[in-house]
Ligand binder design. Structure first.
Ligand code: KG4
Ligand code: ZN
Length: 331
């Protein structure tokens, strides 16, 4: 590797991830240890088990990533670690590992906002995003539409008033017995069904905020009333509903604020239905569509390292102190 790298560490939820990333977003190594098997039994993340699994995984993952990238501490510019939002016990594991290494290796430790990591994920591997841009961030914890004048300036235009869309996917998957995480399972099943069930499209006609808890309850009512209901048709109807709402908000946001691009990031950006729908919308509206490569849509450490480079460029190094409820517009 020529030039220096940032070591990124992510442990905000149920993935222990480590990556080595250069200033241009080139990924020299990326390790992710998933805890899906541990949490599948509960149908969601069980915080106490998540922190314990991070403790077991983190040091070996750092070691593997450093070896795979063939870097030594002297090749590193800094260590970037997620400081929030996320589960406090999980965040502390990554933060403690980063602080220990920072002291031992005499490197600065940058506390990164996980949501800023997602925002920057579309620039991993190659620079794609032209600013100003409208951004849709759809993850397990958040559903936000925002406008970015450049890589660091963000203005939130709308967000969910209750559940996130990823949470709705996970809860609907659980109700239908599809396991955890729910997103990929619902996507697969939806492809085998038709969107014939009439579900509400909450807040589709008004503003830029979202609401998904009513949709989730509507699915629950249908399943209770008719246990013989075709699950593939329900999955297809639920996905169609989410797509209609998400894309209506993107359309409205693009019309409201001048943008060269629509950037769609976060775990739900792995959905082929959302990728296709956003493609059709951006073609129609004459703006570029910027998506992270599929494997960098869900939680990873490469995006945390890339956001770390933004902080280096700004000369800002937020304290590596846990902030479980950190909002998107704060460093
Ligand atoms: O960004 P992420 O990995 O973690 C958070 O920061 O929350 O997002 C996780 C969410 C979960 O709700 C998961 O069900 C959803 O992303 N997800 C998907 C897909 N893959 C993951 N949703 C729809 N389609 C997918 N293929
Ligand atoms: Zn995330």
């Amino acid at each position: 590797m020529t030039g220096r790298a940032i070591l990124g560490i992510e442990s905000s939820c149920d993935d222990t991830a480590v990556a080595v990333v250069d200033r241009d977003g080139g990924i020299h190594a990326a390790e992710t240890v998933s805890q899906s098997d541990i949490h599948a039994e509960w149908g969601g993340v069980y915080p106490e088990f998540a922190s314990r699994a991070h403790v077991r995984a983190i040091v070996p993952a750092i070691d593997r990533a450093m070896r795979a990238a063939a870097v030594s501490p002297g090749d590193l510019e800094a260590i970037a670690v997620t400081r929030g939002p996320g589960l406090i016990g999980s965040l502390l594991v990554g933060l403690n590992a980063a602080s220990g290494l920072g002291t031992a290796w005499d490197l600065p430790v940058i506390g990164v906002n996980h949501l800023r990591g997602h925002l920057r994920s579309a620039d991993l591997e190659e620079r794609r995003v032209g600013f100003p841009a409208t951004v849709l961030l759809v993850s397990g914890g958040h559903t936000i539409v925002a406008h970015m004048a450049d890589a660091v300036s963000i203005r939130v235009l709308g967000s969910t008033r209750d559940d996130s869309v990823g949470e709705a996917y996970d809860k609907v998957a659980r109700m239908m017995g599809l396991g955890y995480p729910g997103g990929p399972a619902i996507d697969r099943l939806a492809r085998e069904g038709s969107a014939t069930i009439d579900l509400p499209r909450p807040m589709i006609r008004e503003g830029l905020d979202f609401s998904f808890s009513g949709l989730k309850s509507a699915v629950a009512r249908w399943l209770e009333r008719d246990p013989g209901l075709d699950k593939a048709d329900m999955a297809a109807s639920f996905v169609a509903c989410c797509m209609d709402v998400l894309l209506a908000k993107c359309r409205r946001a693009l019309a409201a604020a001048p943008s060269r691009a629509l950037v769609v990031v976060g775990g739900v950006a792995a959905s082929p239905q959302l990728r296709d729908g956003a493609g059709a919308l951006t073609d129609e509206m004459g703006v570029a569509l910027c998506l992270p490569p599929l494997e960098w849509s869900t939680d990873n450490a490469a995006m945390i390292a890339l956001a770390g480079w933004d902080y280096v460029a700004l000369g800002a190094a937020p304290e590596p102190a846990a902030a479980p409820r950190l909002p998107i517009d704060r460093f």
